[in-house]
Design a protein around this ligand. Structure first.
Ligand SMILES: [Zn+2]
Length: 327
């Protein structure tokens, strides 16, 4: 199996390739990793390879199957995506997929189902899916795409091999930005660093995304939570009240700053947040306070996904941060 244009992740590629070459491609796999790291791109490449007519060099990109797959019109590849804020799949959607999986593929040897699981696919829907994974129809392949396999039922996780995708190196990501997104060398390097090599986020950012704003807000909040009075923190966090996506991004950046502070405190030097001044400031907190910070980021991310009231969520976050910092 070939992976044209898909960077990094060599171990994942080697494992998938080996299974494909042995004609033992699993009936179901999980592709997990942060948003923008290429899960969908890889799932589509796998689907294309499974229906490609040139097994030796699949996906060849040239046969009629590859061309239809590339155009999104291959009858044996189905992409299922949920709706609403959580983009979770409904029971009905899974029922439809299951029914479809019991018919023979129309053209290829496989029917491939790319299931974008969203963050909160219900237990009922997952149990339906579990049934078909346990006794998969001949030729059906399910590619489960999610940010984290933790979002899946343990019964599904235990039956399905998970592959974790990571962004490529900053150099590779910058080169991709230059070659495929028309970025200048300087823009490409800047965006690669800002997005930690996450190509999906780089492309989003190149079209006016929120990464730069989120980085600025997270740094201002980290500094603000250490301030004598709470006004600076509340002011920095104000834009989050009206923008759920921005809030999500700021929380993940804050978590990285907190992690950096813990690294500094432990005598390490390998920092990831790009906010070394703020991380250094936080690293002066007493150990028992400092080590509680990273989990606050995660806790509020979960609250955010539960459709919480945004102004309330943001004000709770600010008071928790100050309280934990002992302010
Ligand atoms: Zn082909």
């Amino acid at each position: 199996m070939e992976f044209p244009g898909f960077l990094g992740n060599e171990e994942v590629k080697a494992a998938l390739s080996a299974a494909f070459a042995l004609r033992r491609f699993p009936h179901a796999i999980v592709l997990q990793g942060e948003a923008g790291c290429g899960k969908r791109t890889l799932a589509k490449l796998i689907a294309k390879a499974l229906v490609c007519r040139n097994r030796e060099k699949a996906p060849c990109g040239e046969c009629p199957s590859c061309i239809r797959a590339g155009a999104g019109s291959h009858p044996d590849i189905r992409i299922e995506e949920g709706s609403g804020a959580t983009r979770s799949l409904s029971v009905d959607a899974i029922k439809a997929v299951t029914a479809d999986a019991y018919r023979m593929p129309e053209e290829a040897d496989f029917s491939v189902y790319i299931l974008l699981m969203g963050s909160r696919t219900s237990e009922a829907a997952q149990n339906k899916l579990l049934k078909v994974i346990e006794e998969p129809p001949e030729g059906a392949v399910f590619l489960l795409v999610c940010d984290s396999a933790e979002q899946l039922l343990p019964t599904i996780r235990s039956r399905v091999q998970s592959f974790t995708l990571k962004p490529p190196s900053l150099e590779e990501a910058a080169a991709y930005g230059r070659e495929h997104a028309g970025l200048t060398e300087e823009q490409a390097e800047k965006l690669a660093a800002l997005c930690g090599g996450n190509i999906g986020r780089m492309l989003e950012e190149a079209q006016g995304g929120t990464a730069a704003q989120a980085a600025e807000i997270a740094a201002a909040m980290a500094a603000g939570m250490m301030d004598k009075n709470g006004d600076a923190l509340l002011k920095a966090a104000l834009p989050l009240q009206k923008d759920r996506n921005l809030c999500r991004e700021v929380l993940s950046r804050l978590t990285v700053i907190f992690r950096d502070a813990c690294v500094l405190r432990a005598g390490g030097t390998s920092l990831l947040s790009g906010a070394s001044k703020e991380a250094d400031l936080l690293s002066g907190l007493p150990r028992n306070r400092l080590y509680r910070l990273p989990e606050i980021g995660e806790e509020f991310r979960q609250k955010l996904e539960r459709n919480a009231n945004m102004p309330l969520l943001v004000s709770c976050l600010c008071s928790r941060l100050r309280e934990t910092a002992g302010r």
